[in-house]
Design a protein around this ligand. Structure first.
Ligand SMILES: Cc1cc2nc3c(=O)[nH]c(=O)nc-3n(C[C@H](O)[C@H](O)[C@H](O)COP(=O)(O)O)c2cc1C
Length: 349
């Protein structure tokens, strides 16, 4: 089977609404919101874009006939809901132009929407330009997937030059660039390296949802690397790791988002918007396009309710919610020198 088709099947097979680190933080409830739900605006503004909802559909697929069908359906979903969306890695189409239409179909269905192209960090500035030109992408995601490549039987084994490639692309490309993980999260040190290379936006894409080490291990004949299934920092930990860099870089979050409540938590930890991959793919493959559109609309309605419950009129105001972490999260923060206590008393400052 084609690798991208295998990824979709395995992502769906492994998809579970498991507990993850989003369950390790709680909001402090305050009884007086003193706002009306009608006043609440869940819009998100970042990188010069404006969206009516603070979440987006993250990079998934392309490069096969089955992937083309999924991208066509995702294009319809994005058009009908106005969400930002990314295609899966276009590396395959840059090597084999016959595959271009498996990505272009998303633009065909969603001519006026914001669509991001996606490439690996091993690619050059020239490749990045070709990726954007493929379907007039509004932005580019560059994925960093060290753990996935190492577990992938046919994956890369040379990881030199990634930072130089990224620097060349962000300094020359004319559309916004987001450097993203693929479900292993980012550390403060990683983000610092990217800031120094001129990167303006990251998607920390943390552990807790789709696990590409698990997926790639299932493709190995002996499945001997199962111990790497949970490798990396969760999305919650990654956002805490990113907290010192919020002034220097736009932080987006993804990884393990199961429901609207997870989105509000990620936004309260400083994400400007929140990406969802596995949960959307699972809904689409299980229940179809209409049900996925309805799920997105349901999340929008729930977010409005949750902002009201928290007494916040808009997305930036979520940064004044009060958050308390479990001992596991506080232990990580103590070990890493991250100030987590201020999150518990932001409302009245
Ligand atoms: C089937 C599938 C294919 C994916 N392919 C890509 C890809 O080509 N490029 C990329 O940057 N991320 C890819 N991802 C990773 C997602 O964009 C996201 O970072 C990760 O799945 C964590 O989010 P989740 O827990 O919501 O799935 C893929 C995810 C899935 C489920």
């Amino acid at each position: 089977m084609n690798r991208k088709d295998e990824h979709m099947s395995l992502a769906k097979a492994f998809h579970k609404k498991n507990e993850n680190d989003f369950d390790q933080l709680r909001f402090v409830h305050h009884s007086f919101a003193e706002i009306a739900m009608d006043e609440v605006d869940i819009a998100a503004d970042f990188l010069g874009f404006s969206f009516k909802q603070p979440f987006y559909i993250n990079a998934m697929t392309g490069g096969s006939e089955r992937a083309k069908t999924i991208n066509q359906q995702l294009g319809v979903i994005a058009r009908e809901t106005g969400v930002m969306i990314a295609t899966g890695s276009v590396n395959a189409a840059l090597k084999d132009p016959a595959l271009a239409d498996t990505y272009q179909i998303m633009r065909h269905e969603n001519p006026n929407g914001v669509i991001l192209a996606n490439i690996g960090a091993g690619l050059s500035l020239e490749d990045a330009k070709r990726a954007v030109d493929l379907f007039h992408a509004d932005g580019l995601q560059i994925h960093v997937n060290l753990a996935q490549e190492l577990v992938m039987p046919e994956g890369d084994r040379d990881f030199t030059g990634w930072l130089d490639n990224i620097e060349a692309i962000v300094s020359q490309l004319e559309v916004p660039v987001i450097v993203k993980e693929v479900g292993n999260g980012m550390s403060s040190e990683t983000i610092e390296q990217l800031v120094w290379r001129g990167v303006k936006a990251v998607d920390v894409s943390g552990q807790g949802g789709t696990s590409f080490t698990q997926i790639e291990n299932a493709r190995r004949p002996h499945r001997e690397l199962g111990f790497l299934t949970d490798w990396g920092q969760s999305t919650v930990l990654s956002l805490l790791e990113a907290s010192n860099w919020q002034r220097d870089i736009t932080v987006l979050a993804s990884g393990g988002v199961r429901q609207s409540f997870d989105i509000v938590k990620a936004l309260s930890l400083g994400a400007k918007s929140v990406g969802v991959a596995g949960t959307i793919l699972n809904e689409l493959m299980s229940n179809g396009v209409e049900a996925t559109i309805e799920l997105i609309q349901q999340w929008e309605a729930e977010l409005k309710m949750l902002y009201t419950l928290l007494g916040k009129k808009n997305t930036p105001e979520l940064l004044t919610t009060d958050l308390v972490f479990s001992s596991e999260i506080s232990h990580w923060c103590e070990s890493r020198g991250i100030a987590y206590q201020p999150f518990a008393k932001r409302n009245r400052q």
